[in-house]
Design a binder for this molecule. Structure first.
Ligand code: NAD
Length: 433
């Protein structure tokens, strides 16, 4: 099938490359000319495991193309995915400027039937609005359909998530749209949830809000664990083995971040309010998440006593492991808090340092975890990269001014760290020294 992808970021590139890999003819467009030039040269403007190889292979076999002109993508394609960003405005509302601009550009460039699909995460009823924009700007009475096909991939495992989803959700309002999307997703042997557009839009917001709620729930439980000396990892395991609850997203730590959960939660609260419902439950989820950073700061303060002029080695800047994405990273939020308390920061991240340089001007970027530990007053674990799990702790201990590790991701066994001679402070578990 002939597919256009408008918006070549994390979701657009993965979607485009995967559909090309499945034998479709795909053109990815973006209004960021620099990004398109980089892609045309065979480089990637972002880090996602396996994506560079997938793009290179499909560029070579000519199933994948890039363009900075939306027209180039719209003209030959019957199916058009909108995958532009939908960031949060200051009031929490989703900023749909990109969606509007793209919808208008599609309308003026269509020369025959098109199926226009929202893949970006958008508030409920955006589909109606997209339809209105296209109907307003379309040149003649060309037929079109709007559909919703929310994306559930996670950065860091995006290709495998896209290719092996738990389910595919399609919101459609015509047989033609339904048939096209069913055909496109035929190679995927997973449940297809076919519903209307509003329900599909809500499935995405409700899913992300629910996952964020799970994280805040276990973080709230971790606070009680800390107080009474229980172990949140054991509590989470005991809860999660109940199939009704499940183990995933029951990981206590410094809280959720990234380009999706915080803004999608805000947008869901905002649209609910507009529709006359005060979503207090989600406001609490957000508050617990925000408090988690102050709670970590207090742990650091309690162990260092004075933060001013102390050097803190920070491992991890990305909002999660296996990505270079630093949008709404809790690690960066925590660094900012420490900086405002007068700490000196030495940080290392396997992939996110280039992007972090743009937003953190005062910190020292290190070549590896050991350089971050060297002469630091403590080591703070802020992102759960695998390579941090396998450090040579004898070396780390020698490099640190004092053997203090504050672990915001519960990466290590407290007993082991105690035996290695560290003072080890984590989340919702007994500290050891
Ligand atoms: P991104 O910022 O990485 O990419 C968006 C791209 O759209 C950028 O390259 C930008 O230049 C381009 N763009 C913006 N306005 C444009 C316009 N008018 N014309 C052409 N291109 C334009 O964002 P992302 O992380 O890929 O997310 C895209 C959408 O998918 C968001 O709504 C997000 O919530 C949703 N989503 C993201 C993820 C994720 O893990 N990143 C997962 C599921 C859903």
């Amino acid at each position: 099938m002939k597919i256009a992808i408008i918006g070549s970021g994390y979701v657009g590139l993965v979607t485009g490359a995967c559909f090309a890999e499945l034998g479709n003819q795909v053109i990815c467009a973006d209004n960021d000319q620099g990004k398109i030039e980089t892609l045309k040269k065979g480089s990637l403007p972002l880090y996602e495991p396996g994506l560079a190889e997938l793009i290179a292979r499909n560029l070579k076999n000519k199933r994948l193309q890039f363009s900075s002109n939306i027209k180039d993508a719209v003209r030959p394609s019957e199916i058009i995915f909108i995958t532009v960003g939908t960031p949060a405005l200051d009031n929490g509302e989703a900023d749909l400027t990109g969606i509007e601009n793209v919808a208008r550009a599609i309308a003026v460039n269509m020369d025959g039937y098109r199926l226009i699909i929202e893949k970006s995460t958008v508030p409920v009823e955006t589909g109606d609005w997209v339809r209105q924009i296209i109907a307003t700007y379309i040149k003649d009475k060309t037929k079109f359909d709007v559909a919703s096909n929310p994306e559930f991939l996670r950065e860091g495992s995006a290709i495998s998530d896209f290719m092996n989803p738990d389910r595919i959700v399609i919101g459609v309002e015509s047989k033609r749209a339904r048939d096209l999307l069913t055909e496109l997703y035929k190679p995927f042997k997973v449940p297809l949830v076919v519903t209307n557009i509003k329900s599909a839009e809500l499935i995405k917001h409700a899913s992300n809000a629910f996952l964020a709620a799970k994280i805040s729930f276990i973080n709230a439980v971790s606070r009680i664990c800390d107080t009474v000396g229980a172990d949140v990892e054991e509590v989470a395991k005991g809860m999660g083995l109940d199939k009704r609850i499940g183990l995933s997203f029951l990981k206590a730590g410094i809280g959720y971040g990234g380009s999706c959960f915080p803004k999608d939660l805000d947008a869901f609260v905002n649209i609910s309010e507009k529709l006359g419902y005060n979503f207090n439950l989600l406001k609490s989820v957000r508050r617990v998440n925000e408090e988690q950073l102050s709670f970590m700061l207090k742990k650091i303060k309690d162990s260092l006593r004075i933060i001013k002029d102390k050097t803190i080695g920070v491992l991890g800047l990305a909002f999660k492991s296996n990505t270079d994405d630093i949008r709404n990273s809790q690690a960066i939020g925590l660094i900012r808090m420490l900086e405002s308390e007068g700490a000196r920061i030495k940080a290392y991240d396997p992939q996110a340092m280039n992007k972090a340089r743009d937003v953190l001007s005062r910190i020292t970027f290190c070549a590896d975890a050991y350089s971050a530990a060297r002469s630091s007053d403590c080591l703070l674990i802020a992102t759960e990269w695998d390579e941090f799990k396998e450090l040579d702790f004898t070396r780390v201990k020698k490099l640190l001014k004092r053997p203090l590790i504050i672990d915001g991701r519960n990466l290590y066994e407290p007993e082991r760290m105690g035996k290695l001679g560290f003072t080890y402070i984590s989340v919702g578990r007994k500290s050891v020294s």
